[in-house]
Design a protein around this ligand. Structure first.
Ligand code: PAF
Length: 280
């Protein structure tokens, strides 16, 4: 496995890789969810490139950026064990050198849900993903369903800017108690960790209602709120049932949708989602 710290090194390594090349962009502190993306890429491509870069431009809060967990040596060991071909670990200066002025903005679908609560977040994501796609030039790129809005935004970006690559979406990996894997989970207190599985239980309650025939959008959202109201440690930021591509909030009878939420458990913000019929 070759580890590249600069764009020039990565380009040189990339030129020697056999096609097709799969790419897994990450912010490091890898967990089983990331490893599932890498395994999928390994299955579908002749070579796999992973990036590890805690992208400062997608953090709306300085404390969140500062406390984001990092362990690059451990990440590199995990990736080596999985047989990854090349890892790109750029510094912030390498990605955003002095004088950097360009922003990639996907409109409208970035202004709701996560975008409404994390101003500028998706501008940071779209910009860094654009840069990474240009640097790595993958044939396929792998994203987790857990960040459902990110998937919608990146698919739009790829279509709108004609990137010659395919976006592959891998299902959310969960703990046995249902908690979606996230690098932020390590910041939960023991009490917070005990409360956290309720997020997926709330989404599952609404999905069960959906499977039993409930089709009213507001009643489905209310199911989620009702379950979470039982746990005072959880502060729900939003629950949404939205159109899976436009992300417009749905009202009345629905035939499919993306049911998603964001919630605070103490000072840790977690997100999760389920798709009601069909795939995002
Ligand atoms: O999902 C993430 O970890 C990040 O948003 C990504 C795609 C690596 C861009 O920084």
């Amino acid at each position: 496995m070759i580890v590249c710290y600069t764009v020039a090194e990565l380009r040189k390594a990339r030129a020697r890789l056999p096609a097709p090349v799969g790419f897994v962009p990450t912010m490091g502190y890898l967990h089983a969810g990331h490893l599932a993306l890498v395994r999928q890429s390994k299955l579908e491509n002749a070579a796999t490139v992973v990036s590890i870069f805690v992208n400062p431009t997608q953090f709306d809060r300085a404390d969140d950026l500062a406390s984001y967990p990092r362990d690059v040596p451990r990440d590199l060991r995990l990736l080596e064990d999985l047989g990854v071909d090349a890892v790109f670990v750029p510094s912030a200066d390498e990605m955003y050198p002095p004088g950097f002025k360009t922003l990639v903005r996907v409109q409208e679908i970035t202004e709701v849900l996560e975008g409404a609560h994390r101003p500028g977040h998706f501008d940071g994501v779209a910009t860094v993903v654009t840069k990474l796609f240009n640097i790595v030039q993958p044939d396929r790129a792998y994203f987790g369903q857990k960040d459902a809005q990110q998937v919608v935004v990146v698919k739009r970006l790829v279509a709108d800017l004609n990137f010659p690559l395919e976006i592959r979406v891998v299902p959310t990996v969960r703990e046995p108690d249902g908690l979606a894997l996230s690098s932020r989970n390590v910041r939960l207190t023991p009490e917070g960790r005990r409360a956290a599985p309720l997020l997926f239980r709330a989404l599952s309650a609404a999905r069960d209602a959906w499977l039993a025939g409930e089709r009213d959008a507001e009643r489905l959202r209310e199911r989620v709120r009702a379950v979470l109201a039982k746990e005072p440690r959880i502060r729900l930021e939003y629950v949404s049932l939205a159109h899976p591509e436009t992300l417009e909030e749905l009202e009345g009878e629905v035939s499919r949708g993306l049911l998603s939420l964001a919630a605070w458990i103490d000072d840790v913000r977690l997100i999760d989602n389920v798709v009601l019929e069909g795939e995002v």
